[in-house]
Structures are given as structure tokens and as C-alpha cells.
Design a protein around this ligand. Structure first.
Ligand SMILES: [Mn+2]
Length: 317
């Protein structure tokens, strides 16, 4: 194992932790695992966790009430500030000032687009998830069941339940270690990943109904507008899962889901089922992510962007 994170923790008296905006399973899982690992194994340390309120599906994890979603500034700068699952500083805007004031910033991440903004850290683009990276920075025998649940959920979410290309032998080894800690895999996977609210299912139905096939059926495209969200009484977080349903369409290589954010801006999510590198496509638009799952936010005419993206997909299929 790599002791660099624990060395940094042991040298610090006050420790802050954060993850990215719109936190997902891997982000919340890694932040919560690290928070609990430090509080359980180093009770003398003062630890503070900053995150936006996690989506409701992550309520399967216990202890979320420790999260400070107000991003209260500390009385004095942190000795150590740990940033999990963030590829760049614009991924954690609410905590940037707090991080900049800290004596040391340590990053744990797995995005190939990481900008190396931290003083120290471990970034493994081949790892399935930040939780997988984090496991190798902790002492296995000091991981209790609750920490294991956080790491397990993070791995489950970033691998699409152990099926994305980034899920490798080591991923399964780490997940297997978490099973030996007593995690309830079926409950964690069903409740955090597959279960949908009625509103979410209606949004998925609507997005599938109004989807379009491009490139001779190799690409599927759908959009949810702010009007759609209002009509279904849905929040933006309720659109999670839409792109994954689109991706299951037989014959497609790429699924594109665009969610309207403001009058003229859209969050575009791309998924590929085979060799198309959607992270490379999203980087052209200031976004990024992983080989088979990436995203970007665009401003202007959505149809234009869809045309540009489909042209880039065509070059890869
Ligand atoms: Mn991640």
C-alpha cells in the first residue's frame, strides 16, 4: 500500500475533505469513507467534510449528517485538505477558497483529465473509481463495515455495477475485500443504483419516447428541458439514469442525453458501449470524464452541438 495519505493525515491536526459539485456515488463514497476512517482511527484529529447535499439514493449510507453543505469557513486554515474525485479546481467551486488557504492539498482521483492542482496525491486513471484508489491508501484492517459500505457503493456506481471497461481485476479484489467486511451488496446496489422514484421513471419514459436515432441507428439522442422538469415536478437530479436507459438501446454505439440547465445552457452526458472514446469528444467542449462515460456543459444552440458531436462519433465508428 501507499502510505502517503496516512502520512499526511498523521502530520495534520485539522483536516478538511471535499468532493465535486453534484456529488455522485463515488464522490460521496470516497469522502465519507475517508471522513469515517480518520474519525474512527484518529479520534484526536479534527475533521470537517464539505459536500453539496448528496442525492437521495445515497441515503443508503449512514452518517451523512456530518456533511457541511453550507461550506462554513474554518476558524483557521486546515493543516490538510483532501479533495476526492475531482479532476480540477472548478469541480469544487464552493470549497476552493478553503482549499487555497489550507497548508497542504492532497488529491485522490481517477480522472485521466486531472490537472494536478494539488500539492500531493494519487491519481490513477486506470482505476475504476476514486474509492478503489482510496482503498490502496488505507490500511485494510482499519476499514470497518461502514467504511466498507462507502467504498463499495462508490465502486458500484462508477463501474455501472461492475461492468464498465474501467472495472478491472483489482476493482473486484477491493470489492471482494468489502464483502468480507460484511457489506450487504444486494441492498446497497438495489437501493442506491437501480431503484427509481416514480418521477424518475416518468422522466426516463419521456426521454425514451422523444429520443431520436442518428448515424443509421448508431447514436441515440434525447433531451430534457426545464419545461419537462417542471411538468413532471422533477429536479435535475431526477434525470440520473436517463442516459443509462438510452444506452441500452440495441445497435447503438453512443447515447447522448442533454439536460437543460438554464435558458441557453445544457449539460450533455455521453455514454459509449464500445470503442468510442467519449471523454475525448467531451474535452473539445471543455468537459471530460472517462472513456465510456463523459460529459460537458455547453452554451448556445443545442442542435449545433449535437451535429458537431455526432460528426466526431462518426469518425470513431
Ligand atoms: Mn469517480
Amino acid at each position: 500500500m501507499n502510505r502517503s495519505l496516512l502520512d499526511a493525515v498523521e502530520a495534520a491536526r485539522t483536516i478538511g475533505i471535499t468532493g465535486h459539485l453534484h456529488p455522485d456515488g463515488d464522490c460521496v463514497g470516497s469522502c465519507m469513507a475517508l471522513y469515517r476512517y480518520i474519525t474512527v482511527n484518529y479520534p484526536e484529529k479534527s475533521v470537517h467534510l464539505y459536500l453539496e447535499t448528496p442525492p437521495a439514493n445515497l441515503n443508503v449510507l449512514s452518517g451523512l449528517s456530518v456533511i457541511d453543505s453550507e461550506f462554513t469557513e474554518p476558524d483557521e486554515p486546515f493543516d490538510l485538505f483532501c479533495v476526492c474525485d475531482c479532476s480540477s479546481v472548478d469541480r469544487f467551486p464552493a470549497a476552493v477558497k478553503i482549499a487555497e488557504a489550507a497548508k497542504k492539498v492532497y488529491v485522490v482521483d481517477h480522472h485521466m483529465t486531472n490537472t494536478h492542482f494539488a500539492d500531493e496525491g494519487v491519481i490513477l486513471p486506470d482505476a475504476s473509481s476514486t474509492c478503489e484508489v482510496l482503498y490502496d491508501l488505507l490500511e485494510d484492517e482499519k476499514i470497518d463495515r461502514e467504511i466498507a459500505e462507502c467504498l463499495y457503493v462508490g465502486i458500484v456506481h462508477d463501474t455501472g455495477v461492475f461492468k464498465y471497461q474501467a472495472c478491472r481485476e483489482h476493482t473486484m479484489h477491493v470489492a471482494g475485500r468489502m464483502l468480507s467486511k460484511g457489506v450487504n451488496a444486494q441492498r446497497l446496489i438495489d437501493d442506491s443504483f437501480y431503484a427509481k422514484s416514480y418521477v424518475q421513471n416518468r422522466l426516463i419514459g419521456n426521454a425514451v419516447l422523444h429520443s431520436q436515432l442518428l448515424l443509421d441507428g448508431k447514436m441515440i439522442v434525447s433531451t430534457v428541458t426545464l419545461d419537462d422538469l417542471a411538468q413532471f415536478g422533477a429536479t435535475r437530479a431526477d434525470t440520473e439514469g436517463v442516459v443509462d436507459q438510452l444506452r441500452l438501446t440495441k445497435g447503438i454505439s453512443v447515447a447522448l442525453f442533454a439536460r437543460q440547465e438554464t435558458e441557453d445552457s445544457y449539460k450533455i452526458s455521453l455514454r459509449s458501449v464500445d470503442t468510442v472514446n467519449v471523454a475525448a469528444i467531451c474535452q473539445n467542449f471543455g468537459g471530460g470524464g472517462h472513456y465510456n462515460a463523459a460529459g460537458c456543459t455547453v452554451t448556445g444552440d443545442l442542435a449545433d452541438y449535437i451535429t458537431q458531436i455526432s460528426a466526431m462519433v462518426m469518425l470513431q465508428i
